[in-house]
Ligand binder design. Structure first.
Ligand code: ARG
Length: 458
């Protein structure tokens, strides 16, 4: 079939080259945005007198018909068209004749692709953002439900100090709040209309770009036509925000994997989010969490791919930029499916407080509190730190823990020790004493939860 752009060239393009060049098999998902953009364009052309009202009405009706037929499945994508923009225009022209050919006045495909992608991604960003919110709320609910459950907090994956399990959950909540912020911020800059850049230099027609942008819900227009069609930083920004979000989901997934192992057994995932082994009958594998962790790699890859594609491009549009869509679509699809799996996986996960508490009993995670006890009684911290270390070492040799180390033995290390030491090293007390803002005591964590809830109400 003759190309829409046939004119300058008369020869047919090679079939392999045609397939190589075509993007309709992946940009067809933007058909709705393409049609909405064209409707607004026709309205602008009529408003400015570039097209007659009659022609614009016919075009808008025609586009509505195409949208309806695509939605109902009556009309199928013609994969021999180069891209979604060509396809819609071709169908419109088939249906309306010469009037259809007037739609492309004062715009270019370079504007269209930049426009459609911005509109598509701002919707996707909204959806991702509400999924992040749902995960945030799920975590807050888990934190509230498990209030009082004590576990060891770790550094270097070594038991460090006792914390509330809820405190650990709320750490992820904080990360997710920032993720949502980052996405909203990316949308702010994305929500600027490039339409009317007219390939690169603007146009001689007396267009009204602001009218068209407002019709499509943009808050502003790209004030430089070269920039409007040639940058894809809005994709890169969203993909960066998604990559960071995936990094958070991946770290959490790693903990889910660890915590569901026999070595930890802090949680048990619902059967709905685990798999068995084909050979080992006892296995219950946390595949979903592992996949989220795994898919983080490909999302990083998408971001790197687009950054690399863009880095050497002269202004303005270059065909290299067609590579933007598969990368950014993959990022948004992947993060959405990961969130959709993670939300119910966390909501249905069973916590095993006894095992967490047992782990908190081992590992001398109250040793800091032992040192603090001596400091409270007047000893300099470094000396207290050293004595506490020696006591831990002695306990290990004798198979004791700080709670079972006899008072007479304590006294041999310092005259400052008294029976009240057992109160200070009691694990629950160690948690509840950490009342600093952002600390792990129930009071601090409850305060944090209230703050987050207020933030979520905004
Ligand atoms: N399919 C192209 C893309 O995705 C649309 C813009 C093409 N413009 C052009 N002059 N070849 O980037």
């Amino acid at each position: 079939m003759a190309k829409m752009w046939a004119g300058r060239t008369a020869g047919e393009t090679d079939q392999i080259a045609d397939d190589f060049n075509s993007s309709i098999h992946f940009d067809c998902r933007m058909y709705q945005q393409d049609i909405n953009g064209s409707m607004a364009h026709a309205a602008m052309l009529a408003k400015t007198g570039i097209l007659s009202d009659e022609d614009a009405d016919a075009i808008i009706d025609g586009l509505e018909g195409i949208l309806k037929d695509l939605n109902s499945g009556k009309l199928e994508f013609d994969l021999s068209c180069e891209d979604i923009h060509m396809f819609i225009e071709q169908v419109l022209t088939e249906r309306l004749g010469d009037v259809g050919k007037k739609l492309h006045t004062a715009r270019s495909r370079n504007d269209q692709v930049a426009l459609d992608l911005r509109m598509y991604l701002r919707d996707e960003a909204t959806e991702i953002s509400s999924l992040v919110r749902e995960l945030t709320e799920t975590l807050v609910a888990v934190a509230e439900k498990n209030m009082g459950v004590v576990m060891p907090g770790y550094t270097h994956l070594q038991r460090a100090q006792p914390i509330l399990f809820s405190h650990h959950m709320m750490a992820y909540v904080m990360m997710l709040l920032r993720d949502r912020d980052r996405i909203a911020d990316a949308v702010k800059r994305m929500n600027v209309s490039p339409i009317g850049s007219c390939a690169l230099a603007g146009t001689t027609y007396n267009t009204d770009r602001i009218f068209e942008a407002e019709k499509l819900g943009f808050h502003s227009i790209a004030w430089n036509s070269l920039d409007g069609v040639s940058d894809r930083d809005f994709c890169v920004e969203l993909m960066s925000a998604i990559a960071i979000l995936m990094m958070h989901l991946s770290r959490f997934s790693e903990e889910i994997v660890l915590w569901s192992s026999w070595e930890f057994k802090f949680i048990e995932l619902s059967d709905s989010y685990t798999t068995g082994s084909s050979i080992m009958p006892q296995k219950k594998n946390p595949d979903m969490a592992e996949l989220i962790r795994g898919k983080t790699g490909r999302v990083y890859g998408d971001l790197m791919a687009l950054l690399t594609t863009l880095k050497g491009l002269p202004l303005a549009y270059n065909k290299d930029m067609q590579e933007d869509k598969e990368a950014v679509f993959d990022s948004v699809d992947t993060v959405k499916v990961c969130l959709k799996v993670m939300i119910p996986m966390i909501a249905t996960m069973k916590t095993l407080p006894d095992n967490m508490r047992k782990a908190a009993n081992e590992g001398f995670i109250n040793a800091t509190d032992l040192a603090d006890y001596l400091v409270k009684k007047g000893m300099p911290f470094r000396t207290a730190y050293k004595i506490s270390g020696q006591i831990v070492s002695e306990c290990i040799g004798k198979g004791l823990v700080l709670e079972t180390f006899p008072i007479e033995e304590y006294k041999k290390h310092s005259e400052l020790f008294d029976n009240d030491v057992y109160n200070d090293i009691n694990i629950e007390n160690c948690v509840e004493k950490r009342i600093s803002a952002g600390g792990t005591s129930s009071a601090s964590v409850k305060e944090e939860i209230e703050l987050v809830k207020k933030e979520l109400e905004k």
